[in-house]
Write a protein that binds this ligand. Structure first.
Ligand SMILES: *[C@@H]1O[C@H](CO)[C@@H](O)[C@H](O)[C@H]1NC(C)=O
Ligand SMILES: *[C@@H]1O[C@H](CO)[C@@H](O)[C@H](O)[C@H]1NC(C)=O
Length: 383
């Protein structure tokens, strides 16, 4: 841990880190209740969370060491997905796609054909029924080739899980030790979303992406940039509507020729009442400090102000954790005209089928558990 961090956080004790999360959270609440009288004169942390409204600076408020995949912490999303980025996976809670082994959480995409057969993609129907977690209902059913020019069933099954109903926090120092998946068109993400969309629907209430990457061993843009597994990005999304998302003002990338799939790294976020700092292995990757007029001023937004006068707004509310592995999609995260080119066009009505038809090219690049997002721990300290 660098000197920089030592200034604003305290190292948790080793014994705390080795305790399972539920026990730890219970312990924290008990210790906190005892200490609250003793330290009342001390200044409180700016951090708030669902565990406790107030914390002491440096307090460990969330520690997921992945001894098990605890359903009391992680809620699986069960949906056809793809409704916003047109990705090619469905999300389910099948232990083939998400499991813990030896203290590591694996989120691994597999093909739908392995589970249901190839014919199913052409003529099957998926209906998640009451298991469906998509409140809009859009992702609960899918029928193959529905309507003329319809597409096949999502050809990939993967997993996405979140802490929405049990844990969220505002301001803090978060660290995730993870190894990223390798394999063409795999899109893993570790991110935060607002628990209550206080300022409206996406991107009005913000989104914090700590890590996103593309699993391709080689993927070069027309400008010559390698955007495959040698790179990952960290991004804030904010805007007054979909077309004004100003993420380009708050986006950082890192390249490492060894690839982020080759070993575990620490992906970090320091989120204070004044700024965001994204880190990799305790080194600062990028800092976003909004001007006095906040993200509203930074984005040059006009019209009725959506956000309150806090300069961190819309990022002044609790956010929860999401972990997922997507595949493909037609929203542009995988751009056109790359080398090698992607086997579907963004916006194609048959993008899933175009992708699946070219599986002889991409499926051999998927490499068992190396194509899983692997998480060793997630730790969050109060500021
Ligand atoms: C989004 O906001 C901008 C700026 O106010 C506006 O010009 C544009 O029409 C809006 N787009 C949509 C889809 O509402
Ligand atoms: C915001 O407006 C200022 C002044 O007109 C300009 O210099 C700046 O580039 C604009 N920023 C964005 C993100 O459009």
């Amino acid at each position: 841990m660098s000197k920089f961090f030592a200034l604003i956080t305290q190292q948790p004790t080793v014994s705390l880190l080795t305790i399972a999360v539920p026990v730890l959270l219970l312990l924290i609440s008990q210790v906190d209740a005892q200490q609250s009288r003793r330290v009342r004169e001390r200044s409180w942390s700016s951090t708030v969370s669902m565990v406790q409204r107030r914390h002491q600076p440096g307090e460990l408020i969330f520690a997921e060491e992945f001894h098990t995949l605890d359903p009391n912490i992680w809620e699986h999303e069960i949906t056809m997905a793809g409704k916003t980025n047109g990705e090619f996976q469905m999300y389910d809670d099948d232990p083939i796609n998400s499991y813990v082994r030896n203290g590591i959480l694996y989120i691994k995409p597999t093909t739908t054909a392995t589970k249901f057969g190839e014919k199913f993609l052409e003529d099957g129907t998926v209906d998640f029924g009451t298991r469906c977690t998509d409140a809009t209902g859009v992702g609960c059913q899918m029928r193959a080739k529905r309507g003329s020019g319809g597409d096949i069933i999502s050809p990939i099954v993967s997993a996405r899980m979140n802490t929405r109903s049990v844990f969220g926090f505002r301001y803090g120092h978060m660290e995730i030790r993870a190894k990223l998946p390798v394999g063409d068109w795999i899109w893993p993400a570790i991110w935060l979303m607002p628990q209550a969309n206080r300022y409206g629907m996406w991107p009005q209430s913000g989104e914090i992406d700590i890590m996103e990457s593309r699993g391709n061993r080689v993927l070069v843009t027309p400008a010559g940039e390698d955007i495959g597994c040698n790179q990952f990005g960290s991004t804030l999304h904010f805007g007054i509507n979909r077309t004004t998302d100003m993420w380009r003002l708050a986006h950082f990338k890192r390249n490492d020729p060894a690839g982020f799939h080759s070993k575990f790294h620490n992906y970090g976020l320091i989120w204070t009442p004044d700024q965001f700092i994204f880190t990799l292995d305790d080194e600062i990757m990028g800092t976003i400090t909004p001007p006095p007029g906040g993200f509203w001023e930074m984005g040059n937004f006009t019209g009725p102000k959506l956000w309150d006068n806090n300069k961190m707004s819309p990022f002044n509310q609790p956010f929860y954790i999401i972990l997922n592995v997507a595949v493909g999609g037609d929203s542009g995260y995988f751009p056109e005209n790359t080398k090698p080119p992607k086997p579907w066009k963004n916006g194609s009505p048959t993008a899933r089928e175009d992708f699946w038809s070219s599986r002889s090219e991409w499926l051999p690049t998927w490499d068992a558990e190396n194509s899983a997002l692997q998480l060793d721990y997630i730790r969050i300290w109060a500021l």
